[in-house]
Design a binder for this molecule. Sequence first.
Ligand code: WT7
Length: 654
Amino acid sequence: MSSDNIHSVLTETRLFAPQPDFVARARLDADGLSALHAAAAADHVGFWAGLARKELGWQTPFTEALDSTQAPNYRWFADGHLNVSANCLDRHLGARGDKIAIRFEGEQGDVATYTYRQLHGEVCKLANALKSLGIGRGDRVVIYMPMVPEAVMAMQACARIGAIHSVVFGGFSASSLRDRIEDAGAKLLITADGGHRAGHIVELKKAADEALAEGCATISKVLVLKRTGHTVNLDPDRDLWWHTLLAEQSDRCDPEWVSAEHPLFLLYTSGSTGKPKGIQHSSGGYLLGATVTCQWVFDLRDDDVFWCTADVGWITGHSYVAYGPLSNGATILMYEGAPTVPDAGRFWKICQDHGVTIFYTAPTAIRALMKLGDEWPVKYDLSKLRLLGSVGEPINPEAWMWYHTAIGKQKLPIVDTWWQTETGSIMISPVPGAVPTKPGSCTKPLPGIAVEVVDENGEAVADANMGGYLVITKPWPSMLRTIWNDNDRYIKTYWSQFQGRCYVAGDSVHRDADGYHWIMGRVDDVLNVSGHRLGTMEVESALVAHPRVAEAAVVGRPHEIKGESVFAFVVCKGLRPSGDEARQLTQELRDWVAKDIGALARPDDIRFAENLPKTRSGKIMRRLLRSIARDEQITQDTSTLENPGIVEQLARKD
Ligand code: WT7
């Protein structure tokens, strides 16, 4: 990519200052924030070391904060020992034992609550159960569950015994699950009979059975939570009911003390190749990032009810459901179902019924709910809300304004938080009591986060009107440590572009004259569909696995609700299909991709062609395909194409 396509087009100038009553109670005001920035600027490593000592409980304190000898495999607090689950649960038992840790609501209206003491007991029982199955320190456990409290318990139980979890989003298919189990070499799968979503049962156990039917030789047992109660197949040699196994367990389990560098989890995410990468996170540094950002960005206090709508299958559900808020002793809300069941007021009803004070969601949800009309939020009492957040993709100013007006009643601050699976915690975001916001901008980096905007030579972009690559120039505690089983890919993907001088995020960004950041999108072959990352190559590999498909190229196309949608150009074996045959095959391929990867990857558009536009060296001209998918006038030079005539055919919508 060249920097000429990262000129900013946004001209948003509205500025929203924090309301005085918010500032008056905020954990951080402008002075407090400046002090943190100054401390971090004066001594980057010392700043983080100080926070690590203050904010986390250590069994053995660390003596060295940052070890850069293996850079870019940085190590933070490595000779310190701690346990993440002890930090999230045990340390609150004294002052907050009877405080509610989790409030849960299912789609059908069923509710459950767990106090810190109860959650601790359940996690200990599960941890003992895992041990009884031979799971211990360093073993990988794949979690494939609905969005229920037990999913958080499963993560916490792994952390408690030093096992490494890898949560696979319940919307992923059997074969996506299989790939992740195999790459991680997992010993145990924790799943459920099913989950509830949009009035249907998500057949998790069925998908798990399908995944395990081939390969997955490392899996010895499958632990199954009874959630829906519908009939599922149980393999007597392999499968165990959660409730049966837990009934025998003690509710006490000493935490396994691990090095701060001990891997806490792997989380697979898409990149520019067909194979998802297992992003590996640490224990101490990761937890520190999740913990302090809850304080800085969400202003989290003891009387809050924090609702992050993300599923635990994504990084947001790790850092801001399962770990960060619990580390702070907060009350979280979890909701299993869809936002529009039974109607478009569901989210707002939940906010009212559970007294939600902080609400964190994705632009795709905001846009979908905005489209359903202002009449829904006004039906409910949203007066407890005090802070709104957004994550996953750029929020367009129109959606921002609706969020601000219809939900925030023009008073509540909005934190637009930029970060990634790899960064572990929020990197760029307003601090709500300190930083005035501009709709569509994630504003400024947090203290201790050294963000730069550089051109293709790695030089800082000085001109405020120019965009550039978003890079991070200093290591930070919650950064990924490596890609599981593939450190070369870690180095190549994130650290090779500018002589290894900085972490390359893969996003383009524009920094305006006020130092505010405007994320413009990915610079690699990665799509952002409904705030979720999807590699174009993954979809292409799924398509070419279909017997009729010879070749495929996938690009993103702007979508009103999803942000981006999948647009596939497909070359078939034999004649190019048309008419009824094309319609039928389109449907078949859409379902095929959904079955192979998950519904998220289902292409919205499929266009058949006799060929793809290629350069003489055989490279597919993706930029051209993007323009075609967007119905744009073709301005690119097509004379270098091997087959210039193809453009006209690709642009035809028959
Ligand atoms: C990519 C990371 C981290 C949470 C969920 C997504 C995009 C994320 C924002 C934002 C503009 C954003 C970036 C980033 N992104 N947040 N506030 N504004 N873009 O995690 O799947 O790892 O995707 O999401 O493109 O690189 P992820």
